[in-house]
Design a protein. Structure first.
Length: 130
């Protein structure tokens, strides 16, 4: 998988940090639950990109919690001053995250993606706090 365009990294990081926040509280979270939340985010941004009304899916439990946390992170990032990617670009970027889930689940089991995030992004958030 190729590296995302630099201007998308803050948005993807906001989503992944939100996922890590939920995972820290709920260690039983699985990659499949995260994938469902990402799928719902993609549906939301597809509706926005095509100027259609968005109808919420039926996410429950941790799936809904991950979705809501990721959406809050993205909304916060999008509310900051400056240029932002459009809805279609965000949809495609979240699709890349879904591809990453598939890759890391294959490599590391039902929490392979979450363990990858802990290793890669968890280290960055610790560095940022120091």
């Amino acid at each position: 998988m190729s590296v995302p365009a630099d201007h998308l990294v803050p948005y993807l990081s906001a989503v992944e940090l939100a996922v890590l926040g939920v995972y820290a509280v709920h260690p039983d979270l699985t990659d499949a639950m995260v994938d469902s939340a990402y799928e719902e985010l993609m549906r939301r941004y597809r509706a926005e990109a095509t100027n259609h009304p968005f109808t919420e899916g039926k996410l429950d439990g941790l799936r809904a919690e991950v979705h809501d946390a990721a959406l809050r992170g993205l909304t916060l990032r999008l509310s900051q001053p400056g240029g932002h990617p459009g809805a279609e670009e965000l949809r495609l970027a979240i699709g890349r995250l879904r591809s990453s889930i598939k890759t890391w689940t294959r490599a590391g089991g039902r929490q392979g993606y979450l363990h990858f995030l802990e290793r890669e992004i968890g280290d960055l958030s610790v560095d940022a706090e120091e």
